[in-house]
Design a protein around this ligand. Sequence first.
Ligand SMILES: [Zn+2]
Length: 319
Amino acid sequence: MIILAADIGGTTCKLGVLSEELTILHKWEIPTQTGQEGERILRDIYESFKKNAAHKHYDMDEVLGIGLGVPGPVDFDKGTVNGAINLNWSGVKHVKDEFEKLSGKPVFIDNDANVATLGEKFKGAGQNEANVVCLTLGTGVGGGIIANNELVHGHNGSGGELGHFKVDQKERFQCNCGLKGCLETVASATGVINLTYHYYKELQFKTSLEEAIQAKEVQAKMVFDAAKDGDEFATYVIRKVASHLAYAISVISVMTNPKYIIIGGGVSKAGHFLIQHIETEYQKMTFKPALKGTQIVTAELGNDAGMIGAAGLIKQYVK
Ligand SMILES: [Zn+2]
């Protein structure tokens, strides 16, 4: 038997055919057609699976199920998406029902951060442990919590939205969610930039970033690179970012006591450098029994995490 999976994004959908052990057999991409309120997206995905079956030698009769990762708030039990801005979907969309009707197969859906977490658990840095947490640091901060082998969805699907709890008590920066001081405002790529401007103004450090700061052209990668080169100001900023992340992780540690805390997304490409700073702060501030044996690691699957995790939904929930 095989599993079909799609990681649906605002510009492309990553499609894959996977084995029951979640090994990728084939993968390809199609553009996401968001016109006409994105009404073609699901049909395009299904048609592409069907069309490629002949080319890539798999049989639609052997499909165990289809897993979908969606960039928006998902009600896991109902299989619905409540407004996905990037896909131009508004209102409640019955994705599971629609896709089951199209394909005649069992379908499971979850949000992009959750499927990426499941992917990393099964085939990546999570080493198939029962308790794993993933933080994806990109333009924003995505999160996923797996406790006792189950993704935590909570009563309305907001469980694991780790980008949006307040870590900056001074509430210095506005978050996209409408609140101030969320983890996302100080630990995403945007957060790195926020803190760079903020501390430059406050502390008047000498720094190699000065020109970029004056021109308002700072990018997160520039700050990491400068810090790696020994720039004192950049290092100061990265320490602040790391300390906010450490605080978030220390709270998560006493909640679900994960074995692995996986840091993914573009910002995590800073790799060992960032992890080291997080680790130091984390050790200082976390309840000792909760940090024993917990490891902070970088994600391993890159862009495939979502697709593998979407297939993982089928491995986990279709028997
Ligand atoms: Zn927020």
